[in-house]
Design a binder for this molecule. Structure first.
Ligand code: EPU
Length: 358
């Protein structure tokens, strides 16, 4: 177990925000978690679990103990008549894990190619793109209870997946480490750490092309039934064209969730803005494109301080500073609040931020 003090986090968050961790522990195995829990200097401290840092906004130095998840490993756990069950360590880079499954001949994760971050973070916000969410390919995960040190397994129902949501995004009503064992379903943020994620990749795979941009690619290529590798390549092309590469321009992906409204609310908005992008959901609600709402308010390409709105996708806030003079979390949140206010004033809709604000 490696314990470091006063660690710069600028290269550990994709926004490239300069901040420090008071104490950071690199977790490379389940044993590291056990060592940590047995260490009297570190036990009973609040923790902050850091994966690829692709979904966080750091608003200052991080006082809770930072657990940087670096558990590696990719393997076929089980093969049945119907599926391959693949297990990945929480510290694997998500995109590399996706590429590995395809290279082994296990399709299913291709629509989720090029999403920044690590495997361990994927279930936390139930990552999704181009018609597929993590929960659609999920088998189970292994986590360690930070109060007792005991490992446990959760299936999809126990993870309580929702749109960019899971049990790991919610804090428990009770403080961590009080009263011992976990009360599952009560919120596991800060109470448990994911060590491994298992995917169920079905042998009766079929391409998922419901998303308009992908269907367009299929038509352009003149292919009737694309392979998983072709879809992987198309998704990479679409993302590279629309979304900023965090290695070049700091960002945390979509900054707001796409809001849902009632059909009545939607009709109201359509009456005023007939071009609004909206999608009916299976439960009868209507999902609106937050990027469109922000764009309609004139924010695309705007800069406030060193925080900016990406010029090709208004849903993405970016770092317009330099590594030596980077945007601050405060500047990002000031811009985010200004956007929320103008969308609320024009459409009566409250946008909810997607990244975790630390
Ligand atoms: N749009 C605009 N102006 C903009 C941005 C978007 O008019 O500035 C319109 C687009 O023309 C399109 C619609 O809004 O008609 C939706 O845009 P897009 O297809 O880019 O998808 P999105 O809803 O903005 C979501 C996810 C992305 C994911 C894509 C593809 C959320 C919050 N975002 O974006 O996820 O990659 O769909 O599935 O659900 C992420 O979570 O970090 C992320 C990038």
């Amino acid at each position: 177990m490696l314990v470091e003090k006063n660690v710069p986090l600028q290269t550990y968050n994709t926004f490239g925000i300069a901040a420090r961790a008071h104490t950071l522990v690199r977790v490379r195995s389940a044993k590291d978690v056990h060592d940590l829990l047995g260490d009297h200097r570190l036990e009973r401290q609040p923790v902050f679990v850091l994966g690829g840092g692709s979904n966080i906004v750091l608003t200052g130095d991080v006082k809770p103990l930072v657990l940087k998840m670096e558990i590696k490993g990719l393997r076929l756990l089980e093969e049945t008549d119907k599926a391959w069950i693949v297990e990945a360590g929480a510290g694997e880079v998500w995109h590399e894990a996706v590429a590995w499954t395809l290279a082994q001949g296990y399709p299913g994760l291709e629509n989720l190619a090029l999403i920044p971050g690590t495997v361990g973070a994927a279930p936390v916000q139930n990552i999704g793109a181009y018609g597929v969410e993590l929960q659609d390919r999920f088998h189970s995960l292994v986590a360690i209870d930070l109060a007792t040190g005991r490992p446990f397994t959760l299936d999809a129902a126990q993870c309580a997946f929702g749109y960019r949501d899971s049990v790991f995004k919610h804090a428990a009503p009770q403080a961590p480490h009080e009263g011992g064992g976990l009360h599952r379903g009560m919120g596991l943020a800060g109470r448990a750490v994911i060590t491994h994620v298992r995917f169920l990749l079905r042998k009766d795979w079929a391409p998922e092309l419901g998303y308009l941009d992908l269907e367009r690619k299929r038509q352009e290529a003149g292919v009737e039934r694309p392979t998983a590798q072709q879809i992987f390549d198309w998704v990479c092309e679409i993302r590279r064209a629309k979304l900023p590469d965090p290695a070049v321009i700091g960002n945390a992906g979509s900054f707001f969730k796409n809001p849902t409204v009632t059909p009545e609310q939607c009709q109201d908005i359509i009456a005023r803005d007939p071009k609004i992008v909206h999608y009916p959901m299976p439960d009868g609600t209507i999902k609106l494109a937050a990027g469109w709402l922000i764009d309609a308010c004139g924010w695309k390409g705007k800069t406030v301080g060193k925080a900016g709105v990406y010029d090709k996708q208004a849903l993405v806030l970016v770092n317009r500073g330099t590594p030596d003079d980077s945007v601050t979390g405060g500047e990002v949140m000031t811009l985010a609040r200004a956007i929320q206010t103008s969308v609320y004033e024009r459409f009566g809709i409250r946008l909810e931020p997607e990244p975790v604000v630390v």
